[in-house]
Structure formats: structure tokens, C-alpha cells
Design a protein around this ligand. Structure first.
Ligand SMILES: Nc1ncnc2c1ncn2[C@@H]1O[C@H](COP(=O)(O)OP(=O)(O)OP(=O)(O)O)[C@@H](O)[C@H]1O
Ligand SMILES: [Mg+2]
Length: 530
């Protein structure tokens, strides 16, 4: 569907500043629609031919709509838009005329010219027309609330015609809340309440004000409620600012464990300040949930911290045991378990430091890698390198992946570069001669690469060691280490793994892991390979 901007640019001669103003209207006009109990349609004159194009539409949340069909994009001419023509040409609000019928819905039409004030504050020319169309099928004698809404709506309509509504938006402010139905208070020019809707009355009651609002000085009341009678609270000052004709940002009042959001709007039809409109919303529940979420975050971090501590205790116990057993095989097995447990602890440690359930994985890989080289440190010195970046990974991927890498790195160090006394190293394969061969043997090295492409994480662990044993079944072969790797990659990570002899001898393990949506674009600033 075309946007307001697309439609206006395609069919009209409006300037960018005009279109911005229309955007501001469409961002804030739910208020007018609700107060008017009417649909609002934003019409712009199509270049030169007397027709009008509807570029935006809003339905009231307080009354039935006059239009079941979407009107945006309609171009209309002739009798149907005669009232828009009058408002546009004469620059005045048009509200005479008999009800018209839309199918079986009787509707009253009004037309409000839209002006954009010039830079020096003069009322500028009319750039568009707001059609205000009320479904009359449920019309009855209006209640006190409805009369107050309608009066206020007329003031705002006049302000659209003056170019003083909507007020400029404050950066970062939402336009959605509070709404008319949340609670509405009307003030006279002296700041005294002339009307408060039942919901507004209830919102103030939660803050501890139980009497009737009508007749109260609202700025003073806000100060009193916030327990700040001398200084004047933000919410008190906001009311005063609105009475002066300014449009202050939304403010919150906290009192007695309750929180109320307020929005004060100046009322100055035809440039005369006649009071202010204050919309209020009880947001105690929303704030309570915000606070609960923050505590929950802290709790999760604390839990990761404890899991890490517990895993480290388990590792320490296994290490103790390893020192005590005499059988070398058993000792090696226990020492390997220590490393497996420690690598998981590393992920939980990182998680306990971050505020979300995701970790910067490069640091973890580097630590696991240097732990793996230590295994071989006394026998063969193996270099470790990481190329590219893993970026930020969600916790569930990180915990499995760190175990996988731990096993592959240990294998590379343990089997790729066995100690000299274990067995004579196999001669380099005849069909893969190494250019360096004969000059000097290449330095033992393991390289981990990582890059992301098409929502997948590609990881390789490559060593330049002696390669997989002959007759090794790369699909199924191996002991516990590779079993863990395959189970985690194809199970938890839903990825694939391939184990093969590297192009220049050595062994290469290639892993591809799909990344869930939302994690792919969360790379850190560090650049990886394309
Ligand atoms: N990078 C490598 N270079 C050479 N051989 C390897 C490499 N990785 C694995 N292998 C071979 O595959 C075998 C199986 O590895 P796997 O990790 O499953 O078991 P393991 O390392 O022997 O014991 P553990 O269960 O303690 O890890 C190894 O014994 C080794 O022969
Ligand atoms: Mg192994």
C-alpha cells in the first residue's frame, strides 16, 4: 500500500515541509477523531483538476465508523467533495449541509482546512483538508461527557485550521498514549478543572486524590500529589506551560505506589488561549512490569553466575580425582572431563556479565583455544589463530558451540601433533607435496575461522598436522569426543559437520550452523571476512 508521502508526491505539488505537516497531523489526530466521535480523512487537492485524493484515514475508538471500506488512495471529484472545495478555497471550517448516505449509513460531513504556519508564525496557506465524517446511525442526545468531548474537538479543529495543532513533537516521544479513553481533563484559562472524565477521576484516585476534580487548580494538585509543593513538579510545570500556549512533553507523576502519565495540550482556537487539555493514563501496571523485567534480568545473570561456580566446583573435584588415580588412561579421561566442564563454565561466566541472553563469542573461543594449546604445551608447541568473527551468539547456540570447538581444538592438538615419542609422524602424502617441505617443516598451527552468510554461521577448525588416520570413517568414526561433536552439531545446533583431510595435509572440520532470526545482524563492530 502506498504511504501518505508516496501518494502526496505522486499526485500533488505539495512541498516536503507541507507533507511533513500532514504526517504530524496523521500522527496525532486519533485524539481529534475520538473527541469528535467521527472518522477523519485527510484530503489533498490533486494538481489542477479540482479533484481530491485521500492520503490518510483514522477511525474513532469511541464511536462506530462511517466507512467500513478503506478510503486511502481514493480520488474523488464533483458533488461528493464540494464541501472540501469550499473549505480549501475559503480557508474556513465547513459544517452546513444535510446528512449524506453511505450505503445504509447516514453520515454528517464537515471539512476542516489544514494550514501550515510560516516560519515567522503567520498562518500560511491551506495545504489540505480534513474531512470529519460522523456516522449518525447511533446518534442520540449527547451525554455530559460527549458534549465536553465535542466542544474540545471543535477547539482542536479550529487549531488545525489555524496551524497550531498538532503541536511540535518532542524527540523520542511516543504519540500513542495517553488516549482520550484513558482519561481526559479540561482546564479553563486559569488552570481550573472544568471537566474530568470518569477514567481521569479514577486515575487521580489511585494517586490518592479522592475528591471531585472540577474546580481544582490542576498544576497545584499535581505538585501536591507528587509531594513537592514548593519546587513545582514537572507535571505541574507542564500544565502551566500548556496554559501559556506551549506544548510540553509527556510527564509522569508517582504517588502512593501508583504512576500516572500525563500529556498537557494548549487550547487556543483562533489564537486565543482558553485553557488546556490534559490527557492522563494510569500506567502503574506498565511500570510494575518494567521493574519486574529489570529484576528478572538481574536474577538470570545471578543464576548464570551460580551455574558457573557450580561447574567450576565440579571441574575442581574431577581434577582432584585425576591426581589420585594411578591408571594413566583413567587420569587422561578425568582430565578431559575437567576441560569439558570448564569450557561450559566459560559460557556461563560470560552470560553472567552481559545483560541479555547473548554473548560476544570471539572472546570465549580465544580462551578455549589457549586452554587447548596448554594441553600440548609441554610436548609440541602449537600456535592458535582465529580468522573472522563469530559475532554475538544467543546463549543456547553458544553453550553447544563452545563444547564442539573445545573437542575439535583438543583433537587437533592431541592427534594432529602427537609427541615425538608416541609414534613416528607419517610422511607427508605423496600426492600433496608441500612447497615448504625440504626447507623447514611448517610451524604446528591450528586456525579457527568464522563468518556469517545468509543467516548461517560457517566455522572451520583446520590444523596442519598429520591428518586423519587412514581408513578413518569421517562420517561415523571416532570416540566420545567426535560423538559429542556430531550429536551437538546435528542435534542442538541443527547444523552440519564435515571432517576431511585438508588441502595441504592436516585435518579440517567444517561446521555450518543456522542462526535464528534476530541474531544474524548482531555482529559486533569488528569486521569479518565477507
Ligand atoms: N585433527 C585431527 N588430526 C588427526 N586425527 C584426528 C584429528 N581429529 C580426530 N582425529 C582422529 O579421530 C579419532 C577420534 O577422535 P575423538 O575426538 O572422537 O576421540 P579421541 O580424541 O581419541 O578421544 P576423546 O573421546 O577423549 O576425545 C582420534 O583418535 C584421532 O585418531
Ligand atoms: Mg578427542
Amino acid at each position: 500500500m502506498s504511504t501518505l508521502r508516496d501518494l502526496a508526491e505522486e499526485h500533488t505539488a505539495l512541498r516536503p515541509a507541507d507533507i511533513d505537516h500532514l504526517h504530524r497531523i496523521a500522527g496525532d489526530w486519533q485524539l481529534l477523531s475520538d473527541l469528535s466521535f467521527a472518522d477523519l480523512l485527510l484530503w489533498v487537492p490533486v494538481d489542477g483538476d479540482g479533484t481530491f485524493l485521500c492520503v490518510a484515514q483514522v477511525r474513532p475508538t469511541t464511536a462506530p465508523t462511517a466507512y467500513l471500506d478503506d478510503q486511502v488512495g481514493r480520488i474523488v471529484g464533483g458533488a461528493e467533495v464540494a464541501h472540501l472545495e469550499v473549505a480549501h478555497r475559503q480557508g474556513r471550517i465547513w459544517r452546513e449541509g444535510d446528512p449524506v448516505w453511505y450505503g445504509d449509513v447516514p453520515a454528517r460531513h464537515e471539512a476542516i482546512p489544514v494550514r501550515l504556519r510560516t516560519g515567522d508564525g503567520e498562518a500560511g496557506e491551506v495545504i489540505a483538508v480534513v474531512g470529519r465524517d460522523t456516522n449518525l446511525s447511533t446518534a442520540r442526545t449527547p451525554s455530559q461527557l460527549e458534549l465536553n468531548y465535542l466542544t474540545t474537538a471543535d477547539d482542536l479543529a479550529q487549531m488545525i485550521a489555524d496551524g497550531t495543532f498538532p503541536p511540535p513533537r518532542h524527540p523520542g516521544e511516543t504519540t500513542s498514549a495517553p488516549r482520550v479513553g484513558d482519561g481526559l481533563v479540561r482546564l479553563d484559562a486559569n488552570g481550573k478543572v472544568t471537566y474530568a472524565s470518569p477514567n481521569a477521576q479514577s486515575a487521580y484516585r489511585r494517586l490518592g486524590y479522592a475528591s471531585h476534580l472540577v474546580g481544582e487548580d490542576l498544576a497545584k494538585l499535581h505538585r501536591r500529589l507528587a509531594g513537592d509543593p514548593l519546587e513545582g513538579t514537572d507535571a505541574g510545570n507542564a500544565v502551566l506551560a500548556a496554559l501559556r500556549g506551549e506544548a510540553p512533553p509527556r510527564r509522569e507523576i508517582d504517588a502512593r505506589g501508583a504512576t500516572m502519565l500525563t500529556r498537557a495540550l494548549p487550547l487556543m482556537p483562533a489564537g486565543v488561549p482558553i485553557g488546556a487539555l490534559v490527557l492522563v493514563r494510569d500506567i502503574t501496571e506498565v511500570r510494575r512490569r518494567d521493574r519486574a523485567l529489570i529484576t528478572k534480568d538481574a536474577t538470570i545473570r545471578e543464576i548464570h553466575h551460580r551455574v558457573k561456580n557450580n561447574l567450576q566446583t565440579v571441574a575442581a573435584l574431577l581434577r582432584l580425582q585425576a591426581r589420585r588415580v594411578a591408571m594413566p588412561e583413567a587420569r587422561v579421561a578425568l582430565e578431559e572431563s575437567v576441560r569439558r566442564v570448564a569450557s561450559i563454565a566459560l559460557v556461563h561466566e560470560t552470560l553472567s556479565l552481559s545483560s541479555d541472553e547473548a554473548v560476544e563469542f570471539d572472546g570465549i573461543v580465544d580462551r578455549v583455544a589457549s586452554a587447548a594449546t596448554e594441553v600440548a604445551a609441554t610436548e609440541v608447541s602449537v600456535g592458535m589463530r582465529r580468522r573472522g568473527t563469530f559475532g554475538i551468539l544467543p546463549a543456547e547456540i553458544a553453550t553447544s558451540l563452545v563444547m564442539v570447538l573445545n573437542e575439535l581444538l583438543l583433537n587437533a592438538v592431541e592427534h594432529g601433533f602427537p609427541p615425538a615419542d608416541e609414534e613416528a609422524p607419517a610422511p607427508p602424502p605423496v600426492d600433496a607435496p608441500r612447497p615448504e617441505a625440504g626447507i623447514s617443516a611448517p610451524r604446528p598451527e591450528v586456525v579457527v575461522t568464522a563468518h556469517r552468510a545468509r543467516k548461517q554461521l560457517h566455522v572451520t577448525v583446520t590444523d596442519n598436522g598429520r591428518g586423519l588416520p587412514e581408513q578413518f570413517d569421517a562420517e561415523r568414526g571416532g570416540n566420545l569426543g567426535l560423538q559429542i561433536v556430531r550429536a551437538l552439531v546435528t542435534g542442538e545446533l541443527r547444523g552440519t559437520i564435515e571432517l576431511r583431510n585438508g588441502a595441504d595435509g592436516g585435518t579440517e572440520a567444517a561446521i555450518v550452523v543456522p542462526l535464528a532470526r534476530g541474531t544474524t545482524d548482531r555482529l559486533t563492530g569488528r569486521a569479518g571476512p565477507p
